[in-house]
Design a protein around this ligand. Structure first.
Ligand code: ZN
Length: 286
């Protein structure tokens, strides 16, 4: 990682004097650097600290929310390029920049010779689907004051990981949508708990066509979790939940070929890999 400090005033003065390079002003007191808690990788999520006095933080030009204490979070997508530019603008007009290196990952790709069945959705399906998508979009717009985004996440269910984030099937040369979460084959009726603190932003008591009984939890700061195919949901919209609190049970409602928990996570519009937040799956029963 590298960072640079720019003072607009001194830099312009340098140009006028024909000096050109900001590093001439090595005697200028530099603001503290931007700090990330750990390395960044595709699908990953990392917390950081902005320098005191930061009034605006951007990642590749897009605003990043900043907590009052200077804490912030970043998420990186499956196909995130190798670098991203993080910029903090300070109250005195100076800015601090840091180039974040994002480690690439290998994604499992499976080539299948034929197109999937039921590739064309019916008009009846689309008519049922539209209001479901509207509910999901509305839920994502809810910005709760939860501080779960700062926590170390835990697995919401235990069991064999039957599907990983980022895997992709290619049907007769046509790439399918990459798997956007992690699947835990925990067994029908197995308990699902909150992986971190949050607020319930959607609890589908009548099953959605694809997701079945869908539960969405906002962890604050643009970070949220979605739990799909539940057999039962035990919380309701607006509930404040604590890490480890039971939320419902594993099922196979919606489009699922067997009982499993699909856990998807987003940081703002970016889909991230929940397995990276939860770490290795613990052995044994919860
Ligand atoms: Zn899945």
């Amino acid at each position: 990682m590298s960072f640079s400090v720019k003072s607009p005033l001194l830099f312009c003065l340098g140009l006028m004097l024909g000096l050109g390079q900001p590093h001439v002003y090595a005697t200028t007191i530099a603001p503290p650097p931007l700090r990330l808690d750990g390395p960044a990788q595709q699908g990953g999520y990392v917390l950081g600290w902005a320098p005191p006095g930061t009034v605006r933080l951007t990642l590749d030009g897009t605003d990043v929310r900043l907590a009052p204490d200077g804490r912030f979070a970043l998420g990186f997508g499956r196909d995130q390029p190798a670098t991203a530019l993080l910029t903090a603008v300070l109250a005195d007009g100076r800015s601090v920049q840091q180039t974040v290196q994002i480690a690439p990952r290998q994604w499992p790709i499976e080539n299948l010779p034929t197109l999937p069945r039921f590739a064309q959705p019916s008009a009846e399906f689309l008519a049922r689907r539209a209001p479901e998508l509207q509910q999901i979009e509305a839920a994502r717009k809810i910005a709760s004051p939860s501080t779960g985004w700062r926590q170390n996440f835990m697995w919401p269910a235990r069991g064999r990981i039957s599907g990983v984030f980022g895997s992709q099937r290619i049907y007769a040369g046509e790439p399918g949508v990459p798997h956007n979460g992690v699947d835990v084959a925990g067994g029908m009726g197995g308990q699902v708990v909150a992986p971190a603190d949050g607020v319930v932003i959607l609890a589908a008591q009548s099953p959605f066509t694809l997701e079945g009984h869908l539960l969405m939890i906002d962890h604050g700061m643009g970070l949220n979790s979605a739990f799909l195919h539940l057999s039962r949901i035990d919380v309701t919209l607006g509930d404040v939940v604590r890490q480890g609190q039971p939320l419902g049970t594993i099922g196979m409602t919606g489009r699922a070929t067997g009982p499993h928990l699909h856990w998807g996570m987003r940081w703002n519009e970016t889909r991230i890999d929940p397995a990276l937040l939860a770490g290795p799956m613990p052995r044994g029963a919860p």
